[in-house]
Design a protein around this ligand. Structure first.
Ligand SMILES: NC(=O)c1ccc[n+]([C@@H]2O[C@H](COP(=O)([O-])OP(=O)(O)OC[C@H]3O[C@@H](n4cnc5c(N)ncnc54)[C@H](OP(=O)(O)O)[C@@H]3O)[C@@H](O)[C@H]2O)c1
Length: 249
């Protein structure tokens, strides 16, 4: 338990460091892909490999843990699995990024992130979690679930809206309109942060909180970089649009 907490807090500190680094160094994938980051791999394959790992690791630790899988734990794990089955096995095949590559290093770093996340959550649910049987009616769970589902809906709708901007064969970028794009440049990132914040609230745990903070650390700097990039690339980019948080930032 002591070792687990120590690892978790060290991982949290690394996440805060990563946040600061990413404010200065744009993660080189998607529109920010550039050379000088070593060997490259196919973009779609990269997404599948880096996102599939977390479910396997989480389930390994849950399966080998001492806890019985109660109904609340099963429901929480099902929500997590729903996100990652979509992210690793459906989303990559919807992308209109044929021929595009990402640095192998980015994929490996994401595998590292997902491995730690899978371990921390899997160990927690497999050994430490102890939810009463009526947890599914607890205000934490209900509020967290509402945020999780809202975030997931915003994330998926925005991702597919962006993907649909490219007709088959197109490779460039357009100004996205509609939905939350009216207010912010990156509603997909906003939705993902909201989703994992909701997940942290609904399971009310240290690894859940750390995962939400890591998601913010990864995505808030990316949203800022995307926002700056849109403003530089499109002279007619809507001036009132913010980067990540409607009306604020
Ligand atoms: N939990 C985490 O820590 C974490 C970390 C990273 C990503 N994610 C999630 O993974 C998903 C993808 O992330 P991302 O940062 O790669 O998203 P993104 O940069 O917004 O790109 C999403 C997709 O839409 C395309 N696209 C984006 N803007 C476009 C435009 N203006 N015109 C035409 N096509 C456009 C991109 O093509 P290109 O690839 O060619 O740019 C890509 O295929 C998001 O849902 C994000 O929340 C989560």
């Amino acid at each position: 338990m002591l070792n687990y907490q120590l690892i978790a807090y060290c991982w949290l500190c690394i996440g805060l460091l990563v946040f600061v680094l990413l404010l200065f160094i744009k993660a080189p994938y998607g529109r920010h892909t550039r050379t000088g980051w070593g060997p490259m791999i196919d973009n779609r394959l990269g997404w599948v490999l880096m996102e599939l790992v977390v479910l396997g690791i989480l389930l390994y630790f849950v399966w080998h843990g001492e806890n019985a899988i109660s109904l609340p734990i099963a429901v929480i794990l099902a929500l997590f699995a729903a996100h990652y089955i979509h992210r690793s096995l459906i989303f990559p095949f919807a992308l209109h990024t044929k021929g595009k590559k990402m640095p192998l290093l980015i994929m490996l770093m994401a595998v590292g992130f997902n491995t730690m996340n899978g371990y921390l959550l899997g160990w927690y649910f497999g050994n430490l979690a102890n939810y009463p049987s009526n947890w599914l009616w607890d205000p934490h769970f209900l509020l967290g679930l509402a945020l999780f589902l809202m975030g997931m809906g915003i994330n998926i709708w925005s991702d597919y809206h962006l993907i649909a901007l490219r007709k088959p064969g197109e490779t460039g970028y357009k100004i996205p309109e509609g939905g939350l794009f009216r207010y912010i440049s990156c509603p997909n990132h906003f939705g993902e942060i909201l989703e994992w914040t909701g997940f942290a609230v609904l399971n009310w745990s240290l690894p859940g909180l750390i995962f939400a903070i890591w998601t913010f650390a990864n995505l808030a700097p990316r949203a800022l970089a995307h926002h700056r990039w849109y403003r530089e690339k499109f002279v007619d980019y809507p001036k009132e649009r913010k980067a990540l948080i409607p009306g604020v930032w």
